[in-house]
Design a protein. Structure first.
Length: 89
């Protein structure tokens, strides 16, 4: 949840089409931030398991673990539905 708490990290995720892989340069080029700042945000997403990296030749390409996001969103929805229906005394 913390990883997706940043609008920059949300925007990074939204750059990816399902099945798409992007290298760090292509991601960084989309932001008015230093490459170091973008790499930091990518690292947070990787630590959370949301972004995965794979070395292809000399570069690392990133891709989104959409299954993890889907499962997490389902859990959040179930939590909201359950606790949203509990009446306060």
């Amino acid at each position: 949840m913390t990883a997706l708490g940043s609008i920059t990290r949300q925007r990074i995720i939204m750059l990816f089409e399902p099945g798409e892989q992007l290298n760090i340069k292509r991601i960084a080029d989309q932001f008015n931030l230093s490459r170091t700042a973008v790499v930091h945000h990518i690292g947070v997403l990787q630590d959370a398991g949301i972004l995965k990296g794979e070395r292809v030749g000399k570069e690392v390409v990133m891709y989104v673990d959409w299954e993890l996001i889907s499962v997490t969103m389902d859990r959040i929805k179930a939590y909201i539905e359950y606790f949203g229906n509990v009446k306060a005394n």
